[in-house]
Design a protein around this ligand. Structure first.
Ligand SMILES: Nc1ncnc2c1ncn2[C@@H]1O[C@H](COP(=O)(O)OP(=O)(O)OP(=O)(O)O)[C@@H](O)[C@H]1O
Ligand SMILES: [Mg+2]
Length: 361
């Protein structure tokens, strides 16, 4: 038990790395306490306080790595990430649970000679929850989230990029944390004529080596919108790979109910509720959230919290036309969605004849 923490403490001791000794000792004390061994946990805390090392994990996180040229920070650190309210398909939930549960039994797997590399690759379209999931996992394991955006690193000279990557891993190694490599495809994208191919290969190789060394004890999450750019060597490195797709009907329904909770949805007839869900297919979670927040906002302005199908459909078509929507387009769209002429007329406060005119046009 606690093999990974003890190994880390021994390693750090041999390297004379005080911060790392301290941080992993704090983690070990915490785990012992959770495991019911209060006495051993307290003993470690006493040693730490006697040596005046303090007890806040954050102490060691004070000096995050910076780019040597620009002197700008190359990671963002969230010491206590919040678990966002995310809605996920059953398939994604299952895969995430599996990853979490495997991390929890990692020590046991090590004992059995079945090393588990704690790496997770999330891929899929923008706005569907990759960054949110990284926060969720860090929160679940009560660890700080150290985020490095590779696209901002790669813009500098490649020689510098390799150094920056090494610094990030060295930093993450020093304390228990979740290392999150966002925009992970940036490495692959750099394969253009600005950069020499051999040099880029060295960057990729150094990334892979750093990953291998890091993931045996630390949790690494990488995210990309451009999975097609990643080569096989990179894919193979990840123990768990999860596709995070756009929401399907069930998740859209959940998103509507969660985001529109300030509204009374009883004004929507059942058959049109399905039309709304249908019309939202193909949007990302983030777009659906924005769109529904707009409905809520407009209903508050209108001072009428009873929402109708027209309120939602109006917002959807307006979103599709980036706000450049004419009355004529709106009426045609509502008719296409099967909304009765009279309802449209009432909603837009126009006559039924005006609605009919749009059909004959
Ligand atoms: N699955 C989800 N459930 C609920 N809300 C979501 C979900 N996915 C995204 N959102 C909303 O959209 C916002 C942006 O999502 P997030 O940053 O996690 O997406 P992403 O996949 O990382 O996008 P990108 O590829 O652009 O980085 C979130 O803060 C949240 O409000
Ligand atoms: Mg993101």
């Amino acid at each position: 038990m606690f093999y990974s923490e003890i190994t880390k403490i021994i390693e750090a001791g041999l390297d004379r790395d005080k911060d790392k000794v301290k941080n992993y000792s704090i983690l070990l004390a915490k785990k012992l306490m959770e495991n019911g061994d209060e006495k051993a946990s307290k003993r470690i805390e006493t040693v730490l306080s006697r040596k005046n090392y303090g007890s806040a994990i954050t102490d060691a996180l004070i000096a995050p790595p910076v780019d040597q040229e620009s002197r700008l920070g190359i990671v963002d650190i969230d010491y206590s990430p919040i678990a966002p309210d995310i809605i996920l398909s059953d398939h994604v939930k299952k895969r995430l649970d599996d990853f979490e549960n495997t991390v929890k039994i990692k020590d046991k797997l090590d004992e059995l000679g079945m090393p588990f590399n704690m790496s997770l690759l999330l891929y899929g379209p923008p706005g569907c929850g990759k960054t949110s999931i990284a926060n969720y996992i860090a929160n679940k394991f009560e660890l700080p989230l150290v985020t490095a955006r590779l696209d901002t690193l790669i813009s500098s000279l490649l020689g510098n990029t390799a150094k920056n990557l090494r610094r990030i891993f060295e930093f993450a190694e020093k304390q228990p944390c979740v290392l999150f490599l966002d925009e992970f495809d940036a490495i692959a994208k750099a394969r253009d004529d600005r950069h020499e191919l051999g040099e880029l290969k060295r960057v990729v190789n150094s990334l892979l080596q750093n990953m291998d060394a890091y993931c045996s004890n630390g949790i690494l999450i990488a995210a990309t919108n451009h999975q097609e750019l990643l080569d096989d060597a990179i894919w193979r490195r990840f123990q768990t790979v999860i596709d995070i797709p756009k929401p399907s009907c069930n998740e859209i329904d959940e998103m509507i109910r969660a985001t529109a909770s300030p509204l009374d949805l009883n004004g929507i007839r059942k058959k049109y509720y399905y039309t709304i869900v249908d019309q939202l297919e193909g949007f990302s979670y983030s777009e659906i959230q924005n769109l529904i927040q707009n409905v809520v906002k407009h209903k508050i302005i209108e001072d009428n919290m009873i929402a109708t199908e027209c309120d939602f459909l109006h917002e959807i078509i307006s979103f599709k036309y980036h706000g450049n929507l004419t009355d004529s387009l709106l009426i045609k769209y509502l008719l296409e969605c099967g909304i009765p002429q009279k309802t449209i007329a009432d909603n837009l406060q126009i006559s039924v004849r005006q609605v009919r005119n749009e059909i004959s046009d």
